[in-house]
Ligand binder design. Structure first.
Ligand SMILES: [Zn+2]
Length: 379
């Protein structure tokens, strides 16, 4: 995620913080120290309130981290690789590389997060019961953590994708119907409905004078809405290309040109006679780069005969390359949104093929006409 930085790692999982979380740190500390704590727990000094606010916010951060670690550890125990966790304004995201392969895995992976939040909240209430009546400064901190963790657990159990509860719902429908596609559609639909409710409620609060609370809730709704939409798109993609690797549909005989010929020769002997718009450039047998019509146009025409292809091309370091083993759904985001029509496929530095947009579209059409794009049978 752009705008996030690494603060360390736990059991090989990188822990990253998004800058938006720092804004929340300041905002929560300030609002606890000036609002909630003095109102419900009077009698402390101003600096104590700020210290308690800061400690509470940090412990909330630890709670969210524990929630995410629970997801990640279960995912990993079930064989799904997890590389990092990002903590940001609305909580955390565990970057789990693959979608779960069975409803049981999805259920336990999703449910454990809110479960951990509810347990932390319950423990805080338990400790509170022991120290109640005393005038200890741990009481406001524990009360805050108890409340926020219980709310975090409940909020995440709302049955709309992409919230944990949405994943729980999806796994149940998936188990019941055997169709991950249908389960995803229902769970994202419910997720979008909750998102619209949040936005509506936020707008109502806003116009009733609760400007900040209204904005925050409406913004949460908007976030849930976009997340539900992208989850739906991602699942459609995974389903369409389930089990398809780059190596299966790449062109193993890509058009290549040597790096040392001139642009004039490239145009006269390759581009014009063969109707090419681009070609991969080789230096001996290693991939050196990619040359396209627009790279050629950037060089003034009178210099074409003296300019070698290697000088005008986009070098390999600036190209996205893929390996034959990568799954198609994993590499497709490299092509969408950008003006990339082909990806060189490289194994140990050697060019073994090229993955083109056309080949992907053809593969989708063939799979669809053969009915191979349904994930249900395998699930
Ligand atoms: Zn969660």
């Amino acid at each position: 995620m752009p705008g996030s930085f690494r603060i360390g790692s736990i059991a090989g999982i990188d822990i990253n913080i998004h800058v938006s979380w720092l804004i929340i740190l300041v905002f929560l500390t300030f609002s606890l120290a000036t609002g909630w704590f003095p109102l419900y727990y009077p009698g402390y000094s101003v600096s104590t309130y700020y210290l308690l606010g800061f400690i509470s916010t940090l412990l909330l951060f630890v709670s969210v981290l524990l929630h995410e670690l629970a997801h990640s550890f279960v995912a990993r125990a079930r064989g799904l690789p997890v590389h990092s966790i990002v903590l940001f304004i609305f909580g955390g995201v565990s970057n789990i590389e693959q979608e779960p392969q069975s409803p049981g895995v999805e259920f336990s992976m999703a449910f454990v997060g809110p479960l951990v939040s509810l347990i932390i909240g319950g423990l805080c209430y338990g400790i509170l019961a022991l120290v109640r009546g005393s005038h200890s400064p741990v009481i406001p901190v524990l009360s805050y953590l108890a409340l926020t963790n219980i709310l975090l657990g409940i909020f995440n159990l709302l049955p709309g994708f992409p919230l944990d509860g949405g994943r729980v719902l999806r796994s149940i429908i998936w188990k019941a119907t055997g169709s991950v596609q249908r389960a995803t559609n229902i769970a994202t639909f419910v997720g979008q409905a909750f998102a619209y409710l949040f936005i509506l409620y936020g707008i109502l609060l806003f116009f009733n004078g609760n400007v900040l609370g209204g904005l925050l809730i409406a913004f949460t709704g908007w976030f849930l809405l976009t997340a539900a939409q992208s989850a739906r798109a991602q699942t459609a993609l995974d389903t369409a290309f389930r089990g398809v690797t780059v190596g299966q549909i790449m062109n193993t005989n890509p058009m290549t040109v040597p790096a040392d010929i001139s642009l004039q020769r490239l145009v006269d002997e390759y581009f014009i006679p063969q109707g090419l718009r681009s070609a991969l450039v080789l230096q001996v047998d290693q991939l050196a780069g990619l040359i396209t019509l627009s790279d050629i146009r950037h060089v003034p025409r009178e210099q074409w005969s003296q300019t070698p292809v290697g000088l005008a091309m986009v070098p390999t370091e600036r190209l996205h390359t893929v390996t034959p083993q990568q799954s198609l759904s994993e590499v497709l985001p490299l092509m969408t949104g950008r003006d990339v029509n082909q990806l060189p496929v490289v194994q140990d530095g050697k060019l073994v093929g090229v993955l083109t947009r056309d080949a992907i579209i053809r593969s989708v059409e063939i799979r669809r006409s053969l009915g191979l794009d349904k994930r249900d049978k395998a699930a």
